[in-house]
Ligand binder design. Structure first.
Ligand SMILES: NC(=O)c1ccc[n+]([C@@H]2O[C@H](COP(=O)([O-])OP(=O)(O)OC[C@H]3O[C@@H](n4cnc5c(N)ncnc54)[C@H](OP(=O)(O)O)[C@@H]3O)[C@@H](O)[C@H]2O)c1
Length: 294
């Protein structure tokens, strides 16, 4: 049985990975209370002692706007920690599976991004995540970096739960309709990790590199919001469906500009591993059903 150490286990993706792997792997789940990713010495000590076969780094500083005024904290977790994880993993012979983001790109491309496209983050979060990718690669550890987009799930802070909460009190919502991407559920990402772990060790190590890993298809935030309410109403007849007004990003200013194009081509992931994530709307149904049964 593989021993898998998961960081950020209290987050959306970390919790889903722990849930998915428990039963098939020996899972060592660490949240902030047992492994502070801002503490490189602690990272080294925990990984040296556990000697895992795989480290899944799902921890990150994900507050995109706050990162602008809290850059040191964002950099410690997003940029420095992946390097420290890589150094320790190399020492104990572990493979690192690390998550990154479409925010390494500026969103100006007019088709889905491939892994070799030039990077140009629009803010501190994206910049520190990019530094983290580079630090992990430079550590010399065998690693798979999964860049994903628009993550949501049945728990945590995400667009789906924000929309469902807003619908309780509001009849009308204004949502941006000029950013394009693929909402990707934490459950889909956990299955992708599981599929990677099912590979034999040598082929996983040989496939070292960056991969785009997002749900199939594309939509805007407005389209996603509409789908959330339509599908929720289908699951719970009679539930309130607020009117969703499409607005341009200019009418919803944020401290950090979001990429207009967050679409990621998953062709490399499919070719290397045969892993293809389901369409975003199929995955949305799965999460809504999970919420309903909770
Ligand atoms: N969310 C998205 O839309 C999105 C999009 C693309 C890529 N990603 C990437 O996907 C991965 C998973 O993100 P997610 O959506 O699961 O984010 P999340 O729900 O915010 O989870 C991140 C976890 O990291 C933890 N963390 C933050 N600072 C820490 C520290 N110093 N020590 C230990 N743990 C710390 C957080 O703990 P606290 O709750 O205690 O802060 C949280 O549990 C990340 O690499 C992220 O960059 C996310």
């Amino acid at each position: 049985m593989k021993r898998v150490l998961v960081t950020g286990a209290g987050g959306q993706v970390g919790a889903a990975v722990v849930e998915r792997l428990s039963g098939t792997c020996e899972v060592l789940a660490h949240d902030r209370s047992t492994l502070d990713l801002a503490d490189s010495a602690r990272i080294a000590a925990v990984i040296d002692a556990a000697k895992p076969h795989v480290v899944v780094n799902a921890g990150a500083y994900t507050a995109v706007d706050r990162a602008e005024t809290d850059a040191d904290a964002a950099r410690a977790v997003n940029a420095v920690a992946p390097g420290a994880i890589g150094a320790a993993a190399k020492r104990v012979g572990a493979v690192v599976i690390h998550f990154s983001t479409d925010y390494v790109f500026d969103g100006t491309k007019d088709s889905p991004y491939v892994e070799t496209d030039p990077v140009r983050p629009l803010g501190t979060y994206g910049a520190t995540k990019l530094e983290g990718e580079q630090a992990l690669a430079a550590s010399g550890a065998d690693h798979v970096i999964l860049r994903t987009s628009w993550v949501y799930g049945p728990r945590g802070k995400n667009f789906l739960l924000t929309m469902l909460n807003a619908a309780k009190t509001r009849d009308e919502l204004r949502v941006v309709d000029d950013q394009h991407g693929a909402p990707t559920s934490a459950l889909q990402l956990a299955r992708a990790v599981d599929a990677l772990l099912a590979r034999d060790d040598a082929s996983l190590r040989a496939a070292k590199g960056v991969y785009h890993c997002s749900a199939a298809g594309e939509v805007t935030w407005w389209g996603f919001a509409r789908a959330i309410f339509e599908r929720q109403a289908a699951l719970h007849p009679g539930s309130k469906v607020p009117r969703v007004i499409a607005i341009p990003s200019a009418e919803y200013p944020t401290p950090v500009r979001r990429p207009e194009n967050s679409r990621l081509s998953n062709a490399k992931l499919v070719q290397a591993f045969g892993i293809a994530l389901e369409p975003w709307d199929v995955a949305l149904d799965e999460v809504l059903r999970k919420l309903a049964s909770a």
